[in-house]
Ligand binder design. Structure first.
Ligand code: G3H
Ligand code: ZN
Length: 292
């Protein structure tokens, strides 16, 4: 069923595992994530960035795709439809059109403004049973044109943000969106530990989940991370499998043409399967298999 993420993220925090927040881009992507979640019996957030929302024809369409697939695919695990890194207006629109979870990302704003807008989003969202994520500090790297410089989350900002009534907190701890550079220094687990001490029991979100070594992810989960966001990894898995299939197609053109493998339902299938495999593998690493 489609639900708010509040309860299942809280349950993850209380029981020492993390749920995946997987970004979607289209129908097939959504099917792949849902198939993986159902196969693993894992609660999951399917999230759209603002850009992906636009790409999918608007938030209303994105919401409808997730909702209708959950029904037609007989998905039994809890699924939240979540806005990832949303501006204030986008968060409001998503609450309006039926997203069950939103991230208001005011991390680029002065902290007082970030807090004030988060409070407003919480009021509007909670009135509709929608869960809320907000961010302090910044995630390094670039996503959909939003560039963060990777500033560690100030502890007092984290405490103040939790007091706004949000349900889970994204905090910069040296994590980066997109592929990690060779000279990356790793997660600042010592900083995460300080954050967790300041907001005991509160679910922390780890962004930039693609490319962090599994042992570091699991150490972060042990400390208090209850949601891990994954986007790039699925994109790379899809692109790799699609490119391999295209190369195979080139080499066997006449045969593949005769088999009508140019049909998008066939042409895209290896890529879609690769997304499903990547999501299943992440769910195992996060420990949320069989937690539905
Ligand atoms: O908000 C989305 C995530 O933080 C994704 O990061 O593309 O590095 O996996 P990623
Ligand atoms: Zn992110």
């Amino acid at each position: 069923p489609i639900v708010s993420a509040e309860k299942f993220v809280k349950a993850a925090r209380e029981n020492g595992y993390a749920v995946g927040g997987f970004n979607t881009n289209n129908l097939e992507w959504t099917q792949a994530i849902l198939r993986a979640a159902e196969a693993k019996q894992a609660p999951v957030l399917i999230q759209t960035s603002m850009g992906a929302g636009k790409y999918m024809g608007g938030y209303k369409t994105a919401r409808a795709i997730v909702e209708n697939l959950v029904e037609s695919m007989n998905i039994t695990v809890p699924v939240a439809i979540h806005l990832d890194h949303g501006h204030y207006d986008d968060a409001l629109e998503c609450i309006e059109v039926g997203y069950t979870s939103v991230m208001f990302d005011g991390s680029h704003l002065p902290i007082d403004e970030n807090l004030e807008l988060a409070r407003k989003v919480v009021d509007l969202a909670h009135a509709k049973g929608v869960s809320v994520e907000a961010e302090v500090g910044t995630i390094g790297g670039e996503e959909d044109g939003i560039i963060g410089d990777g500033e560690l989350a100030p502890i007092e900002d984290a405490v103040a943000m939790v007091e706004t009534g949000i349900d889970f907190l994204a905090a910069g701890i040296g994590n980066i969106h997109g592929p990690y550079p060779e000279n990356w220094k790793g997660l600042h687990l010592d900083h995460l530990e300080k954050l967790v001490e300041a907001v005991p029991g509160f679910p922390i979100v780890l962004h930039g989940g693609s490319g962090i070594p599994d042992d570091q992810i699991q150490a972060a989960i042990k400390l208090g991370v209850a949601k891990v966001n994954v986007n790039t990894e699925c994109q790379i898995a899809f692109a790799k499998a699609t490119r391999a299939f295209a190369a195979e197609y080139e080499a066997n053109e006449a045969d593949y043409d005769a088999k009508k493998l140019f049909d998008p339902r066939k042409f895209l299938a290896p890529g879609v399967k690769a997304i499903q495999e990547a999501v299943e593998e992440r769910i195992d690493v996060f420990g949320s298999a069989n937690k539905a």
